[in-house]
Design a protein around this ligand. Sequence first.
Ligand code: BTX
Length: 330
Amino acid sequence: SSTRNKLIAILEKNQHQYVSGQDLSDQLQISRNAVWKHMNELKKDGYIIEAKPNKGYRIISFPDKLSENTIQWGLQTKWLAKSILHKETITSTQTVAHELAQDGAEEGTIVIADEQTKGRGRMRREWHSTKGKGIWMSIILRPKILPQDAPQITLMTAVALAKAIESFLQPEQKDSLAIKWPNDLLISGKKIAGILTEMQAEQDLIQYIIVGIGMNVNHRAEDIQEEIKNKATSLAIATGENWPIKNLIQKVLVEFEKTYEEYVHNGFSDIKAEWESYGFKIGENIKIRTFHDCWEAPFLGIAEDGALLTKDKDGNKTKLYSGEIDWFTV
Ligand code: BTX
């Protein structure tokens, strides 16, 4: 409820001191008895609240459970995720984010869920979103860029995700992390995250972009669906440890905000260099399959516009915008 959210916000602001029951009752315009009842509800939800006679209340810690409040508690962003819609269960955070964006939601609004029942990848592929095990989140953006540059947002997001994940890895684990063009994050060659960038635009004007981020975090082996076991993993499986999802979300948001600002202000070239530093198989041979052709060529890096740089069958440099790449069978 909104009273409850206000109460949490007041406690959060005053985390280093006590707030008296009378103060809370005045600020929230509810009775002291109602304040007391709200406190009991919060405790049931896993908030740890200290109550001292003659002093008042003080919040000690937030529950592990995700909510608008727990995500915002300690979040170090300037504008990203100042508005959060969190659901335990949702069809797809993308779908709901589109609705919010069409209703005018501001840049930086996020939609996040513990579980998706109709999570989706590119080209109507399915995205498995096991309850409480990963990050299933969409970010609403309104960048002033040209629609044809929107794929750069996907690459920019991949860099932000890589940096966020890397900050939790041990030094010897860092080399196992890679970005596979255009939108997958791999750890030890297996997929841990995917990015889905969708846009609403007319001619030269972007109305909004929704960046969907799916990241497998605390899945154990048995939580990974049988049909993707050979190519997918989670951060917990890869590192042998459970990850603090809420902290990881906050780190993802901070890195995303930084990288996005860098992109909007300075353009793509710095991002491109960072992307290439994580690029999977750069310099190696890959197998390229287009509509009516198939050949082997070196992966040279990415172009200024985000395309994959390689060589055509005659050995001339060329750009690829889509088409299937067989990364593993050369
Ligand atoms: P993609 O099309 O590159 O990848 C989809 C493919 O990845 C699937 O066909 C399947 O083989 C495999 N896959 C499915 N689920 C998983 C998983 N959990 N881990 C690893 N591999 C998997 C990538 O699409 C973009 C995914 C974006 C997902 C986010 S979650 C929040 C937002 N809401 C939503 O509905 N989608 C985005």
